[in-house]
Design a protein around this ligand. Structure first.
Ligand code: PNS
Length: 164
C-alpha cells in the first residue's frame, strides 16, 4: 500500500452507523483506511470475527478502494506498523470516552512514537450510539434501523431471534 494510510481498529460487534460516520470522515482525510477487527477480545462477542469482517465489507462497499477490511491479534500499534499506517483513527463521542482513549493514545505513542492517534468526532446524532446499546434494543424488540446498516440489522435480528 502507498499514500497516507490510517488504521481504524475496534471490536465492531457489530459496526454501527456511528462507526461508519467516523470511517467516512477518515476516508476523506487519508488515502487508505484499514478497518480492523480485534480478535480475542476480553469480552465475549455476539458475532465471530469473520462475520464482523463480512458485515463491515458489506456495509462499506460504496466507499470504494479507500477502505480495506482486516482483522488482527495482539497489539494495535504492532498491527498499525504492519499495515504501514502512520495514524490510528478513533471515534470520540461524549466526554466519557475521553479518559480511556487518551490513556490508550499516549500508551500507543510510548510504544511507537512514529504513529499518531487521530480522534474524529461523530455527528451529534450518533453521540449516544454504541454497539452494546444497539444489541440491547434489538434483544428487547426495539427498532434498530436508524442505528446500524441493513446487513447488521438483519444479522442482529437473526442472531437475537427477534426477526419480525
Ligand atoms: O471498539 P473498541 O472495543 O473500543 O476497541 C478497542 C481496541 C480494540 C482499539 C483496544 O482494545 C485495543 O487496541 N486492543 C488491542 C490490544 C492493545 O493494543 N492494547 C494496548 C492498548 S494501549
Amino acid at each position: 500500500m502507498s499514500g497516507r494510510i490510517a488504521l481504524y481498529p475496534g471490536s465492531f460487534d457489530p459496526i454501527t452507523r456511528g462507526h461508519l460516520d467516523v470511517l467516512e470522515r477518515a476516508a476523506s482525510i487519508f488515502d487508505r483506511v484499514v478497518v480492523s477487527v480485534l480478535r480475542n477480545p476480553s469480552k465475549e462477542p455476539l458475532f465471530p470475527v469473520e462475520e464482523r469482517v463480512d458485515l463491515i465489507r458489506e456495509s462499506t462497499r460504496d466507499m470504494g478502494a479507500r477502505v480495506v477490511v482486516d482483522s488482527f491479534d495482539g497489539l494495535t500499534i504492532t498491527h498499525a506498523a504492519e499495515v504501514g499506517a502512520g495514524a490510528i483513527v478513533r471515534g470520540l463521542r461524549a466526554v466519557s470516552d475521553f479518559e480511556s482513549e487518551f490513556q490508550m493514545a499516549l500508551m500507543n505513542r510510548r510504544l511507537d512514537p512514529t504513529i499518531n492517534t487521530v480522534f474524529l468526532m461523530t455527528s451529534a446524532i450518533n453521540v449516544f450510539m454504541s454497539s452494546s446499546l444497539v444489541k440491547e434494543i434489538c434483544r428487547l424488540g426495539g427498532d434498530i434501523s436508524d442505528f446500524v446498516p441493513p446487513a447488521c440489522a438483519r444479522a442482529l435480528q437473526q442472531r437475537l431471534g427477534t426477526r419480525a
